[in-house]
Design a protein around this ligand. Structure first.
Ligand code: CTP
Length: 414
């Protein structure tokens, strides 16, 4: 991006700038000036340790606003709620290893960490620390946790550090932090106004109190779509089967176990939704007579379980639709496109996302995926192997272009 393009592009954007106790705190002064130059309204929050490196007065003069440092300071507005509540994005630069740990664990023992728990806006973290700290397994783990939660953690840069070491640990360049801020605040809000209902994960159908029938779905694809839709302005409800993933912030998450519970939860929310994306791998069959007590071997060499079909939730909801867009997934191991086309028609869908679950590097449990999207009106779009979070955005763009435009709605009605 050239300088002229950037010049006023943050005008009117409210940003929270968190500064923590690293020697690189002085660089946050330059960052504040760059943000203010582009018209951003910046509220600076410093940890106590940061105030040992740079005075709050420096930030106060440059931002033209009071600098908050203390959770217990009495002010008319409660800074830990008001600042993140109004912010379009929150930037923590520099972020120490201690801050990353607190953020990953959800500790809230000072103003900045408490604000972070109240933030529902994009959060960008620019770490700075000694090289050995950055590569310490604990820090690596915390960074992974934060990234999995959708926090943008920039990689520090390699170069001479305060310790004299040359290693990866320098605060990312101001231009990189600015780029991340731009990406966060100018993210397309093209799903604003949509109420999106998403299902994810497997279902578990009990055999007895300790055993169940299920499948290998991890929930990653559905969760990624939920996060992407949230980031693009949609109001998102996620109905999820058992998954080890963390509930995405800013998304209403409903946890269920069985197909029947999933069906109930989706049926409740479907009427008020505008789009249903059924990414869950619903078990097709369940034990017909789950037993109340743990089944005993009792010397038997075999056990026959009688299974019955679960309700086809997608077909049921699609038959009940008023104006909702209804989108399904097709998990296939062979004849992917022809099977997917069959499901698109039989279930009365607007779109189906065909997923070859046997492909190398993609499918169940993987962080990446590749899909082909087929529409009821004959369009076909292939999305190559990519991280599920990026794929989620691509899927939302295709859905927007094919289904949310008025001309397509018209053709569906005709
Ligand atoms: N689905 C559903 N309820 C079921 C089974 C599936 O709502 N009881 C939904 C899935 O969430 C998915 C779509 O239907 O969006 C297709 O699921 P898939 O497992 O690929 O196909 P099935 O319809 O189960 O058919 P088959 O198992 O024969 O491939």
């Amino acid at each position: 991006m050239d300088e002229s393009q950037l010049s006023t592009s943050l005008r009117g954007k409210r940003l929270a700038l968190g500064v923590t106790g690293s020697i690189a705190a002085y660089k946050a002064v330059g960052l504040l000036r760059a943000l203010a130059r582009e018209g951003a309204i910046v509220s600076v929050v410093m940890t106590q340790a940061a105030t040992r490196f740079v005075t709050p007065l420096t930030f106060e003069v440059l931002s033209g606003r009071r600098v908050a440092t203390d959770l217990f300071e009495s002010h008319e507005e409660m800074a830990h709620l008001a600042i993140p509540g109004q912010a379009h994005a929150m930037v923590v630069a520099p972020a120490t290893a201690n801050f990353l740990a607190k953020a990953a664990l959800g500790l809230a023992d000072d103003l900045l960490s408490t604000m972070l728990l109240n933030a529902r806006c994009p959060v960008i973290v620019a770490p700075a620390m000694d090289g050995d700290m950055w590569t310490h397994p604990t820090v690596v783990h915390h960074v992974q946790t934060l990234r999995a939660r959708g926090v943008v953690v920039l990689d520090p840069e390699v170069g001479p550090l305060a310790s004299g070491q040359i290693a990866q640990g320098r605060l990312p360049a101001e231009s990189r932090i600015m780029e991340a801020v731009h990406a966060a605040v100018t993210a397309q809000q093209d799903w604003q106004g949509q109420r999106v209902l998403i299902s994810a994960g497997p279902t578990q159908e009990p055999i007895d109190p300790v055993r169940f029938v299920s499948n290998r779905s991890s929930g990653k694809m559905g969760y990624a779509i939920a996060e992407a839709a949230r980031d693009r302005g949609a109001e998102v409800t996620l109905v999820t089967g058992p998954s080890s993933l963390m509930s995405p912030s800013g998304v209403t998450t409903i946890s269920v176990n069985t197909a029947s519970e999933m069906s109930d939860a989706l049926s409740r929310h479907f009427p008020s939704s505008t789009v249903l994306i059924m990414a869950a791998a619903v078990a097709d069959f369940r034990p017909k007579m789950p037993v109340g007590q743990k089944l005993k071997k009792q010397g038997q060499s075999a056990l026959v379980l009688e299974l019955e079909a679960t309700p086809d939730i997608l077909s049921m909801l699609s038959a009940r639709r008023t104006s909702q867009i209804v989108i399904g997934f097709a998990a296939e191991t062979e004849h992917v496109l022809s099977h997917a086309k069959g499901k698109l028609k039989e279930k009365g869908l607007d779109l189906i996302i065909a997923n070859d679950v046997t492909q190398a590097g993609g499918g169940f449990g993987s962080d990446d995926n590749a899909v082909v999207i087929l529409s009821a009106t004959g369009e076909q779009k292939t999305l190559e192997l990519m991280p599920k979070r990026r794929l989620a955005d691509e899927i939302l763009t295709v859905v927007r272009d094919l289904c949310l435009t008025s001309s397509h709605r018209q053709s569906l009605v005709e």
